[in-house]
Design a protein around this ligand. Structure first.
Ligand SMILES: [Zn+2]
Length: 125
C-alpha cells in the first residue's frame, strides 16, 4: 500500500476564502487583521424571545447568522461574541474556535455551519 502524498489530497482546497467584503458597510476588507466575525446580541435575544412564545405548532425558528466585517463596523454593534479575523485564518484555527464555541450555551442557536462554509470548502458528508 502506498502512502498518500503529503499535504491535502488533490481537489481539496483548505485555504481561507471569506475575507473579501464587509457585511455591514459592503466595502472591501483589505487585511484580515482589520476584520472580525461577530454574533450580534439583538437577533439572538429576538430568537430567544420567540422561542419562549412558541407553541407546538409554531414554525421552527431560524438560526442566528454570524456577521463578518471590519473591526470598526462590527464594533459599532452590540455583540454577544467576536472572533478577530487572524484567529480563524487557517482551518486548524477555525477548528480550535469551534471547540471553544461548543461550550457556549447559545452555540446551537447560531448558524455556525454557514459561517464555516463561507470561509472554507468543507465536504458535505
Ligand atoms: Zn465595514
Amino acid at each position: 500500500m502506498t502512502l498518500p502524498p503529503s499535504g491535502p489530497p488533490s481537489g481539496e482546497d483548505t485555504s481561507f476564502g471569506g475575507w473579501r467584503s464587509c457585511d455591514v458597510c459592503g466595502e472591501a476588507i483589505a487585511h484580515i487583521e482589520d476584520a472580525a466575525l461577530g454574533l450580534r446580541a439583538a437577533p439572538l435575544a429576538e430568537r430567544r424571545a420567540a422561542a419562549r412564545e412558541a407553541s407546538a405548532d409554531s414554525r421552527p425558528l431560524g438560526l442566528v447568522a454570524w456577521d463578518w466585517g471590519h473591526v470598526e463596523c462590527m464594533g459599532a454593534m452590540e455583540l454577544t461574541y467576536v472572533i478577530p479575523g487572524p484567529r480563524l485564518d487557517s482551518m486548524p484555527k477555525l477548528v480550535a474556535r469551534t471547540l471553544q464555541l461548543l461550550d457556549e450555551e447559545w452555540f446551537l442557536e447560531t448558524a455556525w455551519e454557514d459561517a464555516v462554509r463561507r470561509f472554507y470548502r468543507v465536504p458535505f458528508e
